[in-house]
Ligand binder design. Structure first.
Ligand code: F6P
Length: 410
C-alpha cells in the first residue's frame, strides 16, 4: 500500500520556493508515496485544509512549470506555534489531522521562524514518544540568514535579480549626463546578504554601485552624506544601495524617520519595512539640492522567476528531494543543509543537521567583508556569492509571457 507524506510552505516567497516543493514531490512520487500538501502551512493543517498534490502535478511538464512558478503553490503563512505548555490543544489538533491522513513524513519548507516552529513540533513528537512520523525541515529564504547551511535556496535568485537590476539602473541613471543620485532599497530585515549582492554587477561593462549600506552596521546619515559628497566629486550619477533593515544609532529603523512609512505590517504582524530609500533620498536632496530617485525592489526581487539562477533552482529542487531521502532513511528532527566543498570549481554536498541548531544566532554578513569606505564588498564575498548566481532557467512561455501553474482552488 502507498504511504502518505505531507509537505507545507511557510514564510516569505522566493523564486525557487516551488522548486523545492517540486523536488519533494518528485522524489516522494518516485518512491510510490502519496504526497499531500497543507494549504497555507500549519495554519491550513490546523483546519484540515489538505490537497493531494498528484491531482495537480500530473506529468513531467507540470513539474517543470511548478519549478518556475513564483510565490508558494500551496500558499504560505507566518504562523508561530505557541508553547506546548500554554496551548497543548494546538499540538493535539495537529497530530489528530496527521493521524487522520495516516502521514508518515512531514516536510516543512521555510525560513528561520518557520523552522523554529517545526523544531517545537519535533520536540513535542519526542515528548509523546511519536516515532512513526518523521519531521524534516527544508530551508528557504531570500534573506540567507539561516545558520547551519552555507547558503539558503532563494537567496541566489534574488541576488541575481538585484545585481542585474542595479546594473540596468546604472545605465538608465546616466543618460542625461546630469547630477543625479539613485537610492536603491533591497530586502533583508536583519541581514544584508542581498544588499551586498548588488555589488556582483561590478565588472568590465559596469562600475557597480558606488556605495552600499547593510543592516549589519549602524547607519549614520551624516557619514553617508559625506560618502556621497566624496563620490560626487568624480561622478555625475551616483548609485547607493541600502538594506531595508538599516538602523540608526538610536535603534530606530531608517525608514521610521518618516512616520508615514509605518502604515502597514508584514504577514507576521511586524512592522513592514518600506521607505528607507525614500527617507535617504530626501536627506540627499535636502543636502545637495540635486535630482534624486528612490527605487524599492520590494516583492519583485523574490518573485522574479524569469531571472532565477539555475544553480539556485537546481539546488532548491535537490534539497527537496534530499528531504524525502532523509526521512526514508528514518531521519527525523533534522533540516537539510548545503555544505560548500569548493568555490572553484563550485561544488556542494547536501546533508542533514539537528533542527535545534536553528535557534543559534541568525547568520549575518561578516562585517569584515564590507569595505570600510562603504564602496563595496571584499573579494571573500565575491568568491562566496558569484558561483551561486550562475546559469539561467529555461521557462515555458505562453502568449509571450512566462507560464505558471494554475492556482489551487480549495
Ligand atoms: O522572507 C523574508 C522577507 O522577504 C524579508 O526580506 C522581508 O522583510 C519580509 O520577508 C517581508 O515579509 P512579507 O512576506 O510579510 O511581506
Amino acid at each position: 500500500m502507498r504511504k502518505n507524506v505531507i509537505v507545507g510552505q511557510s514564510g516569505g516567497a522566493s523564486a525557487v520556493f516551488n522548486a523545492t516543493l517540486a523536488g519533494v514531490y518528485h522524489m516522494a512520487d518516485d518512491l510510490q508515496t502519496n504526497v499531500y500538501g497543507m494549504m497555507n502551512g500549519l495554519q491550513g493543517l490546523l483546519e484540515d485544509k489538505i490537497v493531494n498534490l498528484g491531482d495537480y502535478i500530473r506529468n513531467q511538464y507540470d513539474l517543470e512549470v511548478l519549478r518556475n512558478t513564483p510565490g508558494a503553490f500551496l500558499g504560505s503563512c507566518r504562523y508561530t506555534l505557541p508553547d506546548y505548555n500554554e496551548q497543548p490543544e494546538v499540538y493535539n489538533r495537529i497530530f489528530d489531522v496527521l493521524r487522520k491522513h495516516d502521514i508518515s513524513s512531514f516536510y516543512y519548507i521555510g525560513g528561520l521562524e518557520s523552522l523554529k516552529t517545526l523544531s517545537k513540533l519535533c520536540t513535542y513528537a519526542k515528548l509523546i514518544g511519536c516515532d512513526d512520523i518523521r519531521f524534516i525541515g527544508i530551508p528557504k529564504t531570500i534573506d540567507n540568514d539561516i545558520p547551519l547551511t552555507d547558503h539558503t535556496p532563494g537567496f541566489a535568485s534574488a541576488a541575481k535579480y538585484v545585481a542585474t537590476s542595479v546594473k540596468e539602473l546604472i545605465r538608465d541613471s546616466s543618460i542625461y549626463g546630469r547630477d543625479f543620485v539613485t537610492v536603491v532599497e533591497v530586502m533583508g530585515r536583519d541581514t544584508g546578504w542581498l544588499t551586498a549582492a548588488t555589488t556582483l554587477c561590478k565588472g568590465s561593462d559596469c562600475s557597480g554601485p558606488d556605495l552600499i549600506y547593510l543592516p549589519e552596521k549602524v547607519f549614520d546619515p551624516e557619514k553617508a552624506l559625506e560618502d556621497i559628497a566624496r563620490v560626487r566629486k568624480n561622478k555625475k550619477s551616483v548609485i547607493v544601495c541600502i538594506g531595508e533593515g538599516c538602523k540608526l544609532a538610536d535603534g530606530r529603523y531608517l525608514c521610521d524617520v518618516d512616520e508615514s512609512n509605518s502604515f502597514t505590517e508584514d504577514a507576521s504582524g511586524k512592522r513592514l519595512l518600506t521607505g528607507a530609500s525614500r527617507v535617504f533620498a530626501r536627506m540627499i536632496h535636502d543636502r545637495f539640492n540635486c535630482r534624486v530617485r528612490a527605487v524599492e525592489f520590494s516583492a519583485l526581487q523574490r518573485s522574479a522567476c524569469h531571472m532565477a539562477s539555475k544553480t539556485d533552482n537546481d539546488e532548491a529542487f535537490t534539497i527537496g528531494e534530499n528531504a524525502v531521502k532523509a526521512s526514508n532513511l528514518k531521519h527525523t528532527g533534522e533540516i537539510v543543509i548545503i555544505n560548500r566543498v569548493s568555490n572553484d570549481p563550485y561544488q556542494i554536498r547536501i546533508s542533514v543537521k539537528d533542527i535545534k541548531g536553528v535557534f543559534n544566532e541568525s547568520k549575518s554578513v561578516p562585517t569584515e567583508w564590507i569595505l570600510d569606505d562603504n564602496s563595496g564588498m571584499t573579494e571573500e564575498f565575491e568568491q562566496y556569492a558569484r558561483p551561486l548566481i550562475q546559469g539561467s532557467v529555461v521557462t515555458h512561455y505562453k502568449d509571450g509571457l512566462p507560464l505558471h501553474m494554475p492556482y489551487i482552488i480549495f
